[in-house]
Design a protein around this ligand. Structure first.
Ligand code: P6P
Length: 338
């Protein structure tokens, strides 16, 4: 009779994923094998991030990526490690990476593959050289049902965020924390480097009903559509019960992780320079939105629910407002002119 997991004093993410496996009838372990590719890759990335100043992994890789952003050496490393760990999984037919212009179709014959994985290997990587938290985001989709698209793996990732079968991130912050959901709540695991395992540390994370922080880059405030500034001023004036403080790390995963734990609201609005906002729908806004909703929060892009948007391009950008119930109800009232 094996000892129940909880009585062992720890639950690894692998054990947790297997216990969640029951939600995927017929997945026969393929799904947990897929997610183990992500946990392995993020442990390797964590090692490099933690020693970036010593292993010549800081600074620019000398290239510009499809986003027009200077690739950092760690971006290139993280992208390669994730692609490598995931490409071995037969069950995955294609990948989308923030670092690659085109979808990565993994095999000629994808008829036996079931999943598509999209990821941002190292979000916020410009922060690495200054020792600020960065993150990896990922979302998993099942191959689309309709035969035409099912036979064209390059298109498998163009699905609304509501179709995600899993989403998660790893935040390389004061500790290394993996947060994921397979649609059955949100669970957090802290990496114990001494045994190289992600151990359950935040079971069934629920966003508080209300927080004390709003989070946005106020340098752009004059370039937002007016209602965003009016909303922020409302929070600062204390109209939701108390005057808000501001926290902005400039790394989406870190800013969201705080919002998930403490409540509050994160906003990356459209600006005059970027009328669709800066964040990418597939592997930033959707990943975060799925987790936010699973934890009782709300995520909007313009006047739509983020996860309702059907992508037309794998790198398309959307505005994002995500946070806890109270702040988001107030935001929706103001955005709709209520
Ligand atoms: P800004 C990092 O480059 C990133 O993509 C997100 O992680 C972060 O939320 C955002 O951009 C920060 O953008 O314009 O405030 O520097």
């Amino acid at each position: 009779e094996s000892t129940p997991l909880a009585d062992r004093g720890f639950v690894t993410v692998q054990q947790h994923i297997l216990s969640e496996q029951t939600r995927f009838p017929g997945a026969s372990g393929e799904f947990s094998w897929l997610l183990s590719g992500i946990t392995l890759a993020t442990k390797l990335i964590a090692n490099k991030v933690r020693l970036a100043g010593l292993n010549d992994m800081t600074g620019r890789a000398g290239a510009v990526n499809v986003q027009g952003e200077q690739q950092q050496k760690l971006d290139v490393y993280a992208d390669g490690v994730l692609a490598e760990c995931l490409a071995f999984r037969e069950s995955i037919g294609m990948l989308v990476s923030e670092e690659s212009e085109h979808p990565l179709v993994l095999r000629e014959d994808a008829s036996k593959s079931k999943y598509a994985v999209v990821f941002d290997p190292l979000d916020g990587s410009s922060n690495i050289d200054v020792g600020v938290s960065v993150g990896t985001t990922f979302s998993v989709f099942h191959k689309p049902d309709d035969p035409a698209t099912a036979n064209d793996p390059a298109k498998w990732a163009l699905q609304a965020g509501s179709k995600q079968v899993a989403a998660g991130y790893v935040v390389y912050g004061s500790s290394t924390i993996l947060v994921y959901s397979v649609g059955n709540g949100v669970h957090g695991f802290t990496l114990d480097p001494s045994i190289g395992a992600f151990l359950l540390s935040h079971e069934n994370m629920q966003m508080p009903q209300q927080g004390r922080y709003y989070s946005t880059n106020e340098a752009y405030r004059d370039r937002f559509p007016p209602h965003y500034g009016e909303y922020i001023d409302m929070l600062r004036r204390g109209e939701l019960g108390y005057k808000y403080s501001s926290r902005y790390i400039g790394s989406l995963v870190a800013d969201f992780h705080r919002t998930l734990l403490r409540g509050g609201v994160f906003l990356y609005p459209p600006t005059t320079e970027q009328p669709d906002g800066k964040l990418r729908l597939l592997y930033e806004a959707n990943t975060i939105a799925f987790l936010a909703e699973q934890a009782g929060g709300v995520a909007l892009s313009g006047d739509e629910r983020t996860v309702d948007i059907v992508p037309t391009d794998i790198h398309q950008r959307v505005p994002l407002v995500v946070g806890s119930k109270m702040e988001m109800d107030a935001y929706q009232r103001m955005a709709s002119g209520g």
